[in-house]
Design a protein around this ligand. Structure first.
Ligand code: PEP
Length: 251
């Protein structure tokens, strides 16, 4: 069956000193067997984290990548091939902060997704609706469009080597969490959309929930049938809290 994945998105947080402290905390964690654990540090600290976590079963990912797979003339960007070379195995694509603050659109995100996969990275495609869209009853339409755009461009088979993260924008960093039932409804819809094209891919793909997950609410969310772990923001900056969330995924 699907192996749960708990991934910590550190966003634009950290200094060399605080990252070193977090690495020490992570090294001391007792992690549950059967759960895959990953962290996504700011790009600048990826090397420090990879070195610091050597021997610990924690995968490292990047929070973003360039649209072009290989190194070249693209000032300020980091190529997926460079992330792979540094030791990353995963990359976030389409986090809502990048969609909404930086204006990243579906077409561009499809290119990033493809570029990442072409270098052997696993893209974690983030989808989710704003509060306004939810209140207008448009949640499934919005999420369906974000997912559908990648399916259309790359084919459903691309999701055999990818992860989806459902992150309602209104729940990110706000302390508001989708109820397990609200999250499950969207996760089931995502899986059903994939299943209309390929039921095997749909059964195998991991769909993470993200949005104010903490140790206190993780077990209930992870207990839902279509929730295969979490993408954790704020709570992943505290190693003990993150460890407790990882253990909730294993229970
Ligand atoms: C995120 O940024 O992906 C996230 C889920 O943040 P938080 O857990 O802080 O809501």
């Amino acid at each position: 069956m699907r192996r749960p994945l708990v991934a910590g998105n550190w966003k634009m947080h950290g200094t060399r000193t605080s990252v070193a402290e977090l690495i020490t905390g992570l090294r001391h964690l007792a992690l549950p067997g059967g759960v895959e654990v990953a962290v996504f540090p700011p790009c600048l600290y990826i090397n420090q984290v990879i070195t610091g976590l050597e021997g610990k079963p924690i995968a490292i990912g990047a929070q973003n990548c360039a649209v072009e797979p290989m190194q070249g003339a693209l000032t300020g960007e980091v190529a997926p091939s460079q992330l792979a070379d540094a030791g990353c195995t995963l990359v976030l694509v389409g986090h809502s902060e990048r969609r909404l603050i930086l204006g990243e659109r579906d077409e561009l995100l499809g290119r990033k997704f493809a570029a990442a996969q072409s270098c052997g990275l696993i893209p974690v495609l983030c989808v989710g609706e704003t509060l306004e869209q939810r209140q207008a009853g448009r949640t499934l339409e919005v999420v369906g469009r974000q997912l559908g755009s990648v399916i259309e461009g790359l084919g459903v088979g691309a999701f055999a080597r990818a992860v989806v993260a459902y992150e309602p924008v209104w729940a990110i960093g706000t302390g508001l969490t989708a109820s397990p039932q609200q999250a499950q409804e969207v996760h089931a819809a995502i899986r059903a959309q994939l299943a209309t094209e390929n039921s095997e891919v749909a059964r195998g793909v991991r769909i993470l929930y993200g949005g104010s997950v903490k140790a206190a609410n993780a077990a209930e969310l992870f207990g839902m049938p279509d929730i295969d772990g979490g993408l954790i923001g704020g709570a992943s900056l505290n190693a003990d809290e993150f460890g407790a969330i990882c253990r909730a995924a294993g229970s």
